[in-house]
Ligand binder design. Structure first.
Ligand SMILES: NC(=O)c1ccc[n+]([C@@H]2O[C@H](COP(=O)([O-])OP(=O)(O)OC[C@H]3O[C@@H](n4cnc5c(N)ncnc54)[C@H](O)[C@@H]3O)[C@@H](O)[C@H]2O)c1
Length: 299
């Protein structure tokens, strides 16, 4: 099958590309390399360097081959950037998705849109299900929800396209961790804790996450792309095991023999993010790798 993966040089996208190539698919990657790395893209895939905000760059990508499925992952990601670069986050995440829908409609092909549990904002009722309302605080307080709101708008655009007959599926990955995950100041929590010395715990560390191993999530992504399903269904690809960030820091600090200390909380950090996994039975999927097994592979 011909498959286009936007954001295919990034963490999740590059693992997806590896897996698609292994299964014999013909893959084209569209990525501007603003965060992803060319070295992470399988040499068996074709690569077009371009910006998902620009329709001309999409045209260059689809001229490589006409995709039958589009996985749209390209987005500005990295928690600290959501407040610091709110204008860019909204621009790339919303306009990139508008273009993904335009191209999928024109070609009449299946679109997989990568949303996020952050699309529910500060919703405190768990688990987060496909009928949970999104809750956003006043924008004047902070702009951290540029990301969650952009994903919420992405979902609105997708559901509108479903009404117009497009085959769209929505995936919300839950705190995925694994090899190639970026650490550093804009990085994700597991990689930051694996790199930092001392390990920094935001706030009091009682906030929890559902950490999910990358290979499990990629298997779910492939199935969402392949299965015959009704259009418009959302899949919360996440583990139902919850761990507090303090517990995680304690486990990793012990294994790395480094200290941990507390620092300022992130603006608008959600207390918990537990996925409702009901629709995952449609793709026979659940997270199977335990945190211990995942960390064993990384350490
Ligand atoms: N990793 C997670 O736990 C997680 C959780 C929820 C949602 N998601 C979503 O999954 C997708 C992939 O996430 P990831 O963790 O791999 O992030 P990532 O930052 O590693 O990958 C994103 C990729 O998009 C590319 N990109 C950014 N702006 C672009 C632009 N204007 N044009 C073209 N390419 C551009 C980057 O270079 C990068 O390679 C994103 O849409 C993200 O919002 C990820």
């Amino acid at each position: 099958m011909n498959i286009l993966v936007t954001g295919g040089a990034g963490f999740l996208g590059s693992h997806l590309v590896d897996s698609l190539v292994d299964r014999g698919h013909d893959v084209v990657v569209l990525d501007d390399l603003s965060r992803g790395e060319k070295s992470q893209i399988s040499t068996a895939a074709k690569f077009v360097q371009g910006d998902v905000r620009l329709l001309d760059d999409w045209e260059r990508a689809i001229s490589q081959h006409t995709p039958e499925v589009i996985h749209h992952l390209a987005a500005v990601n990295g928690t600290k950037r959501f407040h610091d670069e709110a204008d860019l986050v909204v621009d790339v995440n919303v306009n990139g998705t508008i273009n993904a829908i335009k191209i999928a409609k024109r070609l009449g092909v299946r679109l997989i849109f990568y949303s996020s549990p952050e699309a529910f904002g500060e919703q405190e009722n768990m688990p987060l299900s496909n009928s949970s309302p999104s809750v956003f605080p006043p924008a004047i307080e902070h702009q951290r929800h540029s990301y969650g709101a952009s994903k919420y708008l992405g979902e609105i655009l997708c559901q509108f396209a479903v009404r117009e007959g497009l085959d769209v599926r929505i995936v919300r990955p839950y705190n995925v961790y694994g090899t190639r995950l970026k650490g550093g100041k804009n990085g994700q929590v597991v990689s930051r804790m694996l790199e930092a010395n001392p390990i920094m715990v935001h706030g009091d560390g009682t906030q929890t996450r559902s950490l999910t191993w990358v290979a499990d999530v990629v298997e779910g992504m492939i199935r969402v792309g392949e299965y015959e399903l009704e259009s418009g269904i959302s899949f919360n690809l996440g583990s139902t095991d919850e761990i507090s960030m303090l517990e995680l820091a304690m486990i990793i600090s012990k294994r790395r023999s480094v200290e941990y200390k507390f620092c300022e909380p992130n603006h608008g950090d959600s207390r918990r993010r537990i996925p409702d996994v009901e629709t995952n039975s449609l793709i026979d999927w659940q997270a199977i790798t335990t945190l211990k097994e995942g960390l064993d592979q990384l350490l």
